[in-house]
Design a protein around this ligand. Structure first.
Ligand code: COA
Length: 435
């Protein structure tokens, strides 16, 4: 066997040394969440700030560190962030006009990358090298393989605290150009606060989920509350985009055992994991856990192969046609499409499958109805009226797929907050949707 430890040593360097390589015009790629590289990116930002280096573009998704190009608008044009799905810093920077965004279905991102982009460097945080010279890309598979295939250089940060995913994307030491050691706690998401409204919604959806179903839970308090409401179920499976805390809970209490899945039986399948340390401990060296590329995991034709596939995602507002906005509040950018539509379609194509879009009936202390006659100007449609299936609030469940406009309006008004039902009925009648 080759002496991988010796090869490792020849590539070992510092973040500052790596940063010296950056040139004007470079395109740098990173994937989602905890596999981003804080030390290398911080050193690059310092070098770029201190020199006349310009036009460096950094692709990110779900940024999990306070990156300089999203925090500091004076770097715009010198080092600029391009987000494939924004949150935190990217959300602020996109709204501030000093970062850009790629609209895309998550499942399509690897294809877009392969067709359109070349990377001067791909940066990734990994777990320590194994005896065969491989580093696990820990919590994320997502579009990493696509970026690796289009990258001239690969810079890694080895973090002893990154979990090792046995069934996930790996990089071999021979592929790597520079290694920086940077052991630190992996970023965690703040625990989701589950209030009474989320709990009610979670319980309503849980009543619709049979034992043996396969679930996907999206981002936010309501998907998590639904997860917690499933603890009394049996033989559930998981095929999801993001692996979350409530899923660990379901696995550990035995409600999920993946025994009834048609594909990947016995295995939990996801494309990335992000949440508490409990998640990272769960992934580590777990042979029943697969973190696979998103063009596979989020393909509706793959998702639908599991019977009784149930997807649960959140939204910001819905109009009376059932058009779902999950990305903006009017013109204020909030998020990306992510995999919402991938799972709406996959679940609806699955035998016995259902897709739920769930949200509290009001926002801003009850002053705004999230069910609207028409969407707020500027609102982005994430799930179309033709794809939408079930809409859920704390007042009940509306089934829209295949239903007429009149039926949709009637059902949606019946699950709107009572304070807004008269106004919505008046608007619906004025528009001729309700007679
Ligand atoms: N009008 C005005 N403000 C609204 C609003 C509305 N209709 N709906 C929500 N808001 C505000 C909330 O009050 C909250 O404000 P705050 O931050 O000041 O408290 C903020 O917008 C976020 O709303 P909230 O309901 O708490 O969002 P969430 O954390 O549950 O996330 C999405 C909801 C839609 C943003 C999130 O699910 C998402 O990013 N989805 C992307 C698409 C997707 O589903 N992908 C699949 C995921 S795996």
């Amino acid at each position: 066997m080759a002496d991988y430890k010796a090869i490792y040593q020849t590539k070992l360097t510092t973040a500052e040394q790596v940063a010296q390589q950056v040139q004007s015009g470079w395109v740098i790629g990173m994937d989602a969440g905890p596999t981003q590289t804080p030390a290398i990116i911080a050193a690059m930002a310092e070098k770029i700030r201190a020199t006349d280096t310009k036009d460096v573009k950094v692709h990110t998704m779900l940024d999990s560190y306070p990156f300089a190009f999203y925090e500091d608008n004076t770097l715009f044009g010198k080092m600029t962030g391009y987000s494939w799905f924004s949150s935190g810093g990217a959300r602020k920077a996109v709204n501030g006009g000093y970062a850009d965004l790629f609209p895309a279905y998550y499942r399509d991102i690897p294809g877009h990358i392969k067709r359109l982009y070349d990377f001067d460097a791909y940066c990734v945080a990994v777990s320590p090298m194994d005896s065969h010279g491989y580093f696990s890309l820990a919590t994320t598979s997502s579009y990493s393989e696509a970026m690796i295939s289009k990258a001239k250089r690969i810079f890694i940060e080895v973090n002893e605290k990154q979990p090792r995913c046995l069934c996930g994307t790996q990089i071999h030491v021979s592929q790597v150009d520079a290694i920086v050691e940077n052991t630190h706690d992996i970023p965690v998401l703040p625990p989701v606060v589950i209030d009474d409204v989320s709990r009610t919604i979670g319980n309503l959806i849980a009543e619709q989920i049979p034992d043996g179903a396969c679930i996907q839970l999206g981002i936010g308090a309501i998907p998590d509350a639904t997860g917690m409401a499933l603890k009394t179920k049996h033989d559930l499976g998981i095929h999801t985009e993001m692996f979350t805390d409530s899923m660990v809970e379901l696995l550990e209490c035995g409600a999920v055992n993946n025994s009834k899945k048609q594909i990947h039986r016995g295995k939990t399948v996801t494309t990335f994991a992000f949440g508490s340390q409990r998640i990272y401990d769960y992934i580590n060296d777990n042979p029943c856990f697969e973190i696979l590329p998103v063009d596979y995991v989020n393909d509706p034709n793959v998702i639908c192969q599991n019977d009784n596939m149930i997807s649960i995602n959140a939204a910001l507002e819905v109009d009376l046609f059932g058009q779902v906005c999950a990305e903006s509040v009017g013109t204020k950018h909030m998020s990306g499409s992510g995999g919402q539509i991938d799972y709406v379609r996959g679940a609806c194509q699955s035998k016995g499958g259902k897709s739920f879009i769930a949200f509290s009936s009001t926002a801003k202390g009850g002053t705004i109805s999230k069910i609207k006659s028409i969407l707020t100007p500027g609102a982005i449609v994430t799930t179309s009226k033709n794809d939408v299936d079930y809409i859920v609030t704390e007042y009940g469940i509306a089934h829209l797929r295949g239903e007429s406009l009149g039926s949709r309006a009637r059902q949606l008004i019946s699950i709107a907050h009572p304070d807004f039902r008269d106004e919505l009925t008046f608007e619906a009648k004025k528009r001729g949707i309700l007679v």
